[in-house]
Design a protein around this ligand. Structure first.
Ligand SMILES: [Mn+2]
Length: 204
């Protein structure tokens, strides 16, 4: 006699986006284990995307060939857009998800808070006073462009606040880790709400 096992939910998506500025493929599994293959050409950005996979428990493959001979702007913004499109596709009709997620994450002196709502309405409120322009070859200003692209295409409301921080690497890392944790909570299936779309409107 075999023991029946519950079907394993696999919310997956693959999105390719090609423009004159960037060529990107994102593959993800929202119900993964956190393994990733990342190649954007910007080392620190790969390090941040790895945080999303690891702490979001999302399997994430991102390959990007961008116009880095100009700067990192198109690469970072367009990866945010494509990741947002992939999450939107993988999450489907949002039945049974918790919808809201939030997390505080510290790293030594730095502390950030991220709150996310799979509202269907794109919005970003971000307050991160970076103490340095560049973090390795990553321009810290592009953090905003990444999350703007993500929010617009995942159709989420996103509030990001760095509450404390001296080291810019720490500031960025706490933002990306808190984002990952908030994302994971919001996308988690609520056993008390199986098959229900978490909105009084009946759709999100
Ligand atoms: Mn680090």
């Amino acid at each position: 006699m075999t023991t029946p096992t519950a079907p394993v939910l696999q919310r997956t998506a693959e999105v390719s986006r090609n423009t004159a500025e960037t060529k990107i493929t994102v593959k993800l599994n929202l119900d993964g284990t956190g393994k990733s293959t990342l190649s954007t050409g910007i080392g620190f950005f790969d390090h941040m995307l790895d945080q999303i996979a690891r702490h979001g428990l999302i399997d994430l493959d991102i390959a990007c060939e961008g116009d880095l001979h100009i700067d990192g702007h198109h690469t970072v913004e367009d990866v945010g857009i494509t990741l947002g499109q992939a999450v939107h596709k993988a999450v489907g009709d949002k039945k049974g998800i918790r919808r809201y997620g939030h997390a505080y994450v510290p790293l030594d002196e730095a502390l950030s808070r991220v709150v996310i709502d799979f509202s269907g309405r794109p919005g970003l409120e971000m307050h991160v006073p970076f103490t340095s322009g560049m973090i390795g070859s990553f321009d810290s200003q592009l953090t905003y462009e990444f999350f703007q692209g993500f929010a617009n295409h995942a159709f989420v409301t996103l509030h990001i606040d760095n509450l404390k921080g001296v080291n810019a690497h720490h500031q960025a890392e706490t933002v990306f880790k808190a984002f990952a944790r908030a994302l994971r909570s919001a996308l988690e299936l609520d056993p008390r709400s199986v098959g229900v779309i978490p909105s009084t409107k009946g759709s999100l």
